[in-house]
Design a protein around this ligand. Structure first.
Ligand SMILES: NC(=O)c1ccc[n+]([C@@H]2O[C@H](COP(=O)([O-])OP(=O)(O)OC[C@H]3O[C@@H](n4cnc5c(N)ncnc54)[C@H](OP(=O)(O)O)[C@@H]3O)[C@@H](O)[C@H]2O)c1
Length: 329
């Protein structure tokens, strides 16, 4: 590898949105013992990337400035650290980079072996890069939190999935249907057909009165809500839940944590539960296999060249993506 510099996008400070992303030439990073250097084929953006830039996780993230944002990547292994045992140069992989380091919006990035999985040729780089944060969040919410068994062997549950047209929601709907759940989903009017095609049993336009009230058209009470939208108070969920119904909120505010604590203390059967995804290599591998086998697909909103990554960033901030936003070096 003769090159020593790479193209990347960097933030120098908190705030500033897409306009604050700077195109820079920086040294290609060097992998540590348990890391690999990847030449990136695709990067996907997640709302947490620009939320970190906004300072939502200040002072923990980013660890330091300047920083290269974004975590979800697909690429080819170029070099392996001395402790890497399962990958070699030339392997095609999907990885999620630790938010402590970031580094995704670039031509090259270093990935930890324990958060990297092989990508087979049946799965495109864009499909692979789109999977980690969004797919793993949907998977964790459904299986660990809501108790859905993806082989369909469990009891059928009534689920509500909000923002079903978004990065997380699209996977949640598809996985929930593999788990034989009855899925009510919310999305905007323009995405009703898409969300039905992903398998949702009933779909509500979130701008209608029933959508705003999160009411199931068939009058069902939800056993679990995978809440991927924002801005609904507990009082909207409560009348729509079954006796032990739980709302898993993936964008929890401090008031969600407080409500949760209070409901625990009072032994409330209906609960609002904050959910934060913990990335797991085995689960990512499992989901990539689902994509390979055609059991789930990745809805791709748009693909942007790295030279115009700020357009992708602005689109993510805008909040109206249909599926995943991809950047290609
Ligand atoms: N806890 C965690 O570990 C974790 C992990 C991943 C993501 N998240 C968070 O989860 C949220 C969703 O992430 P994402 O990647 O799915 O976001 P996203 O892809 O940006 O979501 C955009 C989609 O949401 C739809 N939408 C917006 N408001 C809606 C509403 N009130 N009702 C129904 N649909 C609505 C939009 O439809 P329209 O264009 O029609 O408005 C759009 O299709 C974000 O806040 C993200 O930060 C948390």
């Amino acid at each position: 590898m003769a090159e020593t510099l790479m193209h990347a996008l960097q933030c120098d400070s908190y705030g500033g949105g897409a306009a604050a992303l700077k195109h820079v030439e920086v040294p290609i990073p060097t992998p540590n013992k348990d890391e690999m250097l990847l030449k990136l084929d695709a990067i996907s953006l997640n709302p947490v990337d620009w939320k970190i830039q906004e300072g939502v996780l200040r002072p923990f993230l980013p660890r330091k400035f300047p920083c290269i944002p974004a975590s979800d990547v697909a690429g080819e292994v170029v070099k392996v650290g001395p402790g890497v045992t399962n990958f070699k140069a030339g392997d095609k992989v999907v990885a999620t980079l630790h938010h402590f380091t970031g580094g995704g919006l670039a031509e090259y990035a270093v990935a930890k072996e324990n958060l990297t999985v092989a990508r087979s040729p049946e799965v495109s780089a864009a499909e692979g890069a789109g999977l980690p944060v969004a797919g793993l969040t949907a998977h964790q919410a459904l299986t660990q939190a809501a108790g859905v068994k993806l082989d369909g062997s469990g009891q059928q549950v009534n689920l509500l999935i909000t923002a079903a047209s978004g990065g997380v929601g699209q996977y949640a709907v598809q996985l929930a249907k593999l788990g034989n759940a009855h899925v009510t989903a919310t999305c905007g009017a323009r995405n009703l057909d898409l969300v039905k095609s992903l398998g949702a049993d009933e779909v509500i336009d979130y701008k209608t009165p029933d959508g705003a009230a999160l009411k199931s058209p068939s009058g069902r009470k939800y056993d679990a809500v995978i809440h991927c939208a924002t801005g609904f108070p507990w009082s909207t969920f409560k009348p729509n839940l079954s006796t032990n119904g739980k709302v898993f909120d993936i964008t929890p505010t401090p008031s969600v944590f407080m409500t949760y604590a209070l409901q625990k203390l009072t032994f409330s059967k209906k609960q609002l539960v904050p959910l934060l995804m913990t990335p797991k290599k085995q689960k990512l591998d499992f989901l990539l296999n689902f994509v390979k086998e055609g059991k789930i697909k990745a809805v791709i909103d748009s693909i942007h060249p790295l030279s115009k990554a700020e357009e992708a960033w602005a689109k993510s901030i805008d909040g109206h993506a249909i599926g995943k936003i991809i950047v290609e070096p």
